[in-house]
Design a protein around this ligand. Structure first.
Ligand code: SF4
Length: 363
C-alpha cells in the first residue's frame, strides 16, 4: 500500500521522473488504482468571471495588463450570468465550476460580496465550487468557506528557484501563505503548476517537492502545459512534448497518491492517445469547455466522445469530500476585516517580461 509521504526530496522525485517509461507508467497506474477508480474522471468547468487588466506580470499570462494580447477584458460577471453558465456546465457533465478573476489579491467590498453570492448560488446547484481570485487572507478564506466554497485554487506555478524568472510582482512565499490561509478553513486546496516555461527538470521536481511536502497534500493538483500566447513574454516557447506531460502526470500521481491530478491547459495540442496515456498514468480530472479562462480547450462534445471511446465516466460531485453548507449573508457570523496585508512585491527585472512590456508600448 502506498502511503502519503511528506518528506520527498528533489533527488527522489527526479529518479522517479527519469525512470524508463514503462516502469514509470506501471508504477503510477498501480498507485492510481490503490486510491482511485481508474475509469472515473472528474470534470470541471473553468469560468472567467473577471477577465484581463491584471496588474501582475506572470510571464505566461495573456491577462496581464502590461502585455499586448488579443484577449477581450470584462468586468465582474453578474450572479445570474454565472448561474446560467453553471447550469449549462452541469448539463454537460461537469461536477465542479471553477471561477477565475484576474486579480492580484482579494479585496473586501462589493465585488467580493458578489463572488460570495456566486459561491452560494452554485453550491445550491449541488455542484462543487472552486475559486481562483489571487492572494487572500484567513478571514477571506473563512468567508468563502461559510458561503459554501469547496476548493480554492492557487497554483505554485513552478519551483521556488524558477519563480523569480517568471513573476516579479509577488514571491513564492506569498503563494504558500495563501495556501496556508485556505488550509485554516475547511476549504480544500487546489494547487499545481505549468510545464514548458523554460524550466529545468529540477524545477519540475522542485515544484512537486513544494506541493508534496505540504501536510496535508493538496486535494487537487492541476498540471498545465504552457499555451504560448502571442504578446506574452513566453510567446516563443516550444510546445511541451507529450512524453514530458505523461512523465509529469505519472510522477505527480506517485508522490501525491490521493490527490486528483488534473490535466489542465494544453490539451488542444494533445492527441487522444496522449491523453489516454495521461489517464493511465494517473490523471483523473480535466477542465471541460471550449475556453480555459482565455486559451483554447477541446469542445465538451469531443471530450464526451473521448470518454465513450475510453469507457470513462464523469465523477459525481462530493464523492471525495462532503458538500459544504451554505450560510446566507444575513446569517453570517463573519465580518469583513478590511485588512490590507502587505503581500510581497520583489520588483526585480525579468528580461523577457520587460521586452514584452516594451513591445506592448510600441504597438
Ligand atoms: S496568472 Fe493570474 S495573477 Fe498572473 S497575470 Fe494572469 S490573471 Fe494576473
Amino acid at each position: 500500500m502506498s502511503a502519503e509521504r511528506h518528506n520527498w526530496t528533489k533527488e527522489e522525485i527526479l529518479e522517479i521522473y527519469n525512470q524508463p517509461m514503462m516502469d514509470l507508467l506501471f508504477r503510477a497506474a498501480n498507485v492510481h488504482r490503490e486510491f482511485h477508480d481508474p475509469n472515473t474522471v472528474q470534470v470541471s468547468t473553468l469560468l472567467s468571471i473577471k477577465t484581463g487588466g491584471c496588474p501582475e506580470d506572470c510571464g505566461y499570462c495573456p491577462q496581464a495588463a502590461r502585455y499586448h494580447t488579443d484577449i477581450e477584458g470584462n468586468d465582474l460577471m453578474t450572479v445570474s450570468h454565472v448561474k446560467a453558465q453553471a447550469l449549462r456546465a452541469k448539463a454537460s457533465g461537469s461536477s465542479r465550476v471553477c471561477m477565475g478573476a484576474a486579480w492580484r489579491n482579494v479585496k473586501d467590498g462589493p465585488e467580493f460580496d458578489q463572488v460570495l453570492e456566486m459561491v452560494r448560488t452554485i453550491n445550491k446547484l449541488d455542484m462543487e465550487v472552486c475559486c481562483t481570485l489571487g492572494m487572500l487572507t484567513e478571514n477571506q478564506a473563512q468567508r468563502l468557506a461559510e458561503a459554501g466554497l469547496y476548493a480554492y485554487n492557487h497554483n505554485l506555478d513552478t519551483s521556488e528557484d524558477y519563480y523569480k524568472d517568471v513573476i516579479s510582482t509577488r514571491a513564492f512565499e506569498d503563494r504558500l501563505k495563501t495556501i496556508d490561509n485556505v488550509r485554516k478553513s475547511n476549504v480544500t486546496v487546489c494547487s499545481g503548476g505549468i510545464i514548458g516555461m523554460g524550466e529545468k527538470l529540477e524545477d519540475r521536481a522542485g515544484m512537486l517537492v513544494a506541493l508534496a511536502t505540504l501536510n496535508p497534500q493538496p486535494e487537487s493538483v492541476p498540471i498545465n502545459a504552457l499555451v504560448a500566447v502571442e504578446g506574452t513574454p513566453m510567446e516563443d516557447m516550444e510546445p511541451v512534448p507529450i512524453w514530458d506531460m505523461i512523465r509529469m502526470v505519472a510522477t505527480t500521481r506517485i508522490v501525491m497518491p490521493k490527490t486528483q491530478v488534473r490535466l489542465s491547459a494544453g490539451r488542444t495540442n494533445m492527441s487522444r492517445e496522449g491523453q489516454a496515456l495521461c489517464f493511465f498514468a494517473g490523471a483523473n480530472s480535466i477542465f471541460a469547455g471550449d475556453k480555459l479562462l482565455t486559451t483554447p480547450n477541446p469542445d465538451v462534445n469531443e471530450d464526451m466522445e473521448m470518454f465513450k471511446l475510453l469507457g470513462l465516466k464523469p465523477q459525481q460531485a462530493f464523492v471525495k469530500a462532503p458538500q459544504p453548507k451554505t450560510v446566507e449573508q444575513e446569517e453570517s457570523v463573519l465580518q469583513p476585516l478590511g485588512e490590507k496585508p502587505k503581500w510581497t512585491r520583489p520588483g526585480h527585472k525579468i528580461e523577457r517580461n520587460e521586452e514584452a512590456k516594451a513591445k506592448a508600448r510600441r504597438s
